[in-house]
Design a protein around this ligand. Sequence first.
Ligand code: S3P
Length: 448
Amino acid sequence: MTVHQPKALTSRKTDRLHGRVTVPGDKSISHRAVMLGALAIGETTVSGLLEGEDVMATAAAMRAYGAHIIKDSMGLWHIHGVGVGGLLEPENVIDMGNSGTSTRLLMGLAASCPIVSIFTGDASLRRRPMGRVTEPLTHMGAEFSGRDGGLLPMTIQGRAPLVPITYRLPVASAQVKSAILLAGLNTPGKTTIIEPEATRDHSERMLRGFGATIDVEVNGHERIITITGESELKPQAIVVPGDPSSAAFPLVAAVLVAGSDVVIENVGVNPTRAGLIKVLQDMGAHISLTNHREVGGEPVADVLVKGGALNATETMPDIVPTMVDEFPVLFVTAALADGVSRFNGLAELRVKESDRITVMAEGLKACGVPVLEGPDWIEITGSGGAPVYGGATIASHLDHRIAMSFAVLGLVAKHPITIDDASPIATSFPSFVALMQGLGAEFTIAAR
Ligand code: S3P
């Protein structure tokens, strides 16, 4: 288990951000690269892998299932897999740390092999609902025994073969979709998932790249995804693009700090992830994309950002899956915009690493920002560009994106904002503090 050394991060008003940066590899794509590489027989290489704690939890889990995973002196990762359906039974409990993606996707893999796995995680992960994944996997024939309410720690008794199912997702969740796809990979016949709203499609893209048979039918908003099971995966050379969810923090910081001029290179702009840029542009932000290209089967661009004034906005439920992890930092943007912003259809934010509606609402209020919250919405009154009051200490609740969002707010606050524990940032963006300091951000770190 990762032992967190709490570190307080203080963020102070900053005059201008300036420079060119590259954010670390995409977390979602990194998890999938490690998992699929660990299933392919032969050597898969991965460059640009995110070396955050969440992806390292996936790598440790895949080693426990028998894969050989090493990083060479040039920073390239080499993975020798066990074959589809070839997971070995882990000798010990697998600790997923803070990572919901590792846990839910690996439940799908573990379910389809005749072995026992036991998963646990940190205090945040042990509060997160797993029933959304165990329910369809139980229909396929696996057995789960966890704490009341479908919480970790949990034992998974996998079965082979499972029974293929057709399943309509009750929540728009790429993790649930991917868990079923990974179970379907080792299941005879066709396993079909119907998603009412498109969610990130990295699993489909990468499974296809590794040689799995995946069909995607688009029917209005709905997508019908079918995997034909029991095919072998062929090892790949994967290049992971920069994570748009990490880029969101320097991006919003540069939008908010007047006079800023920042370029973020090599950012993934897959349409199933690119909602934030559209919303910020609608608010009047000066953001342009150049150098469009493809990296590892994913669309990528360089993002140019300049600081400037922003209008309030309203977002509707249909956009949520395309920017589900970016709402905390979008709320920070709304705190500086001109007028009242309202964000709808946010129920899923309550079951992330923390309850991101209430934790953001409380923190913004502590910094002097007027906020109203409802079961699945939030309304934020912006300052019209004037610095917010700030001056608060914010609890990060083991949530990296809460910590980074308030660090960004501190750059445009009259009085410094302190995040009580910034160590969760290492789950997704270990270089965040240094990268932001390099752009000019007034950040200081103190051991606690
Ligand atoms: C992820 C899917 C999203 C997202 C998470 C990563 C993935 O979760 O919030 O950070 O890699 O599939 P949900 O599927 O719960 O929306």
